[in-house]
Design a protein around this ligand. Structure first.
Ligand code: PLP
Length: 400
């Protein structure tokens, strides 16, 4: 009999573990999990090595090293035009994942409701469950234009439900897994409803620098919209922007009252995060302008090559306006191959083509919405993308 709590039992083992195991067994090119197969810049790793030797390796202050908080505050101000006091408004966390948990646990009471835009980063729903918060799903849906758009009717309906207003809305833009970058109009609709209902927005912006579509550049932080500064917690992380996903250094920026709630949970989740890596993270933020352009070149290349190959073999890739990911509709190809769900398609892809992707139905409250799709991560070296593309083309030729 399982010893796992009722809250967590339904989540089982994450899809990443399951797919990675299968991918390893079949020696598949792993385009499943969202991490680069290259490392971040040497200057950041050098700063970490130096900090390990030069500084005391003891607990950092719970809210984070003052220098890193100051740099995160400067970055936030540059992105939003809003002031941020590093003393009271910035909290350094163990990646954005801990920041999400700290927001939900610090801001919600059991029985609260939260608007959950689906598909979602998988920790959102699990954190809501751990806090006893009910998700109110609102979909982003594929459009004939090739991008995913927020279902505004469903959004309005979520706020019109009887009972207390939703406590939180969990927003992720640029959006994993669809690659959509929310438009100013979509963000304004969210802002308007949240301001009227008194709902707090948790804005997960870990991909804020990774935007490729000129029409969506630069990404619009929702905190910068009228009326949102006082009701938004903006989350970010070193991992995606600097190709250092293994470091797990993130941060939350919010006005003092919201930050106090985040810190109330953070102090008992981790208390503080790795001191030397915080020194290096401060250096990374100081030189962000050096690190990002070469990364964008690599990601643009992977995105273009992979999207083209997916289309050529009979999938329908959607526009990846930002992030590491492209979602592709596999239904026409699956119908030819005699497979049904996203899970079956991804399994076939691993075993027959030697390429691993993620079945996205696990990122939905309503899994049927994700069944026609597969998610591919293109945050990989050109050689890796070339191998994956060659294998996909070869498989398509063999199964034609
Ligand atoms: C939307 C989103 N938020 C948060 C994270 C996790 O960030 P971190 O590694 O900093 O915890 C990810 C990682 O895939 C993500 O896609």
């Amino acid at each position: 009999m399982s010893q796992t709590s009722r809250a967590l039992l339904p989540f089982g083992t994450t899809i990443f573990t399951t797919v990675s195991r299968l991918a390893q067994r079949h020696n598949a090119v792993n385009l499943a999990q969202g991490f680069p197969d290259f490392d971040g810049p040497d200057f950041i790793k050098d700063a970490a090595a130096q900090a390990l030797r030069a500084h005391p390796n003891q607990y950092a202050p719970s809210p984070g090293l003052p220098l890193l908080r100051a740099r995160a505050a400067e970055r936030f101000t540059a992105m939003t035009g809003l002031p941020a006091d590093p003393e009271s408004d910035v909290t350094v966390t163990a990646g954005c994942t801990e920041a999400i948990a700290a927001c939900v646990l610090g801001l919600c009471n059991p029985g609260d409701r939260a608007v959950l835009i689906e598909p979602f980063y998988d920790s959102y729903r699990a954190c809501l469950a751990m806090a006893g918060v009910s998700p109110v799903p609102v979909a982003v849906r594929p459009q004939p234009t090739g991008r995913f758009a927020l279902d505004l009717d469903e959004l309005r309906a979520a706020f019109a439900q009887p009972g207390p207003a939703p406590r939180l809305l969990l927003l992720n833009s640029p959006h994993n897994p669809t690659g959509a970058v929310f438009t100013r109009d979509e963000l304004a609709a969210i802002a308007d409803l949240c301001a009227r209902a008194g709902t707090i927005v948790i804005a997960d912006e870990v991909y804020d620098r990774l935007v490729y579509d000129p029409a969506r550049t630069p990404h619009v932080p929702i905190a910068s919209l009228p009326g949102m500064a006082d009701r938004t917690v903006s989350l970010n992380s070193l991992g995606k922007t600097f190709s250092l996903t293994g470091w797990k250094i993130g941060w939350a920026v919010a006005p003092a009252a919201l930050s106090a709630a985040v810190r109330a949970a953070h102090q008992f989740l981790t208390f503080a995060v790795a001191t030397p890596l915080q020194h290096a993270a401060a250096e990374a933020l100081r030189r962000e302008g050096d690190a990002v352009p070469p990364l964008l070149d690599t990601l643009r290349h992977g995105r273009a090559e992979l999207s083209r190959a997916l289309a050529d073999i009979g999938l329908r890739p959607y526009a990846s306006e930002g992030t590491y990911f492209v979602l592709a509709d596999h239904s026409a190809l699956s119908a030819r191959l005699g497979v049904g769900t996203d899970a079956e398609f991804c399994q076939r892809l691993i075993t027959a083509a030697g390429v691993a992707a993620i079945p996205p139905s696990v990122f939905y409250v309503r899994p049927e919405l994700g069944r026609p799709m597969a998610r591919f991560a293109y945050c990989k070296r050109p050689e890796t993308i070339a191998t994956a593309v060659a294998r996909l083309r070869d498989w398509a030729a063999r199964s034609a």
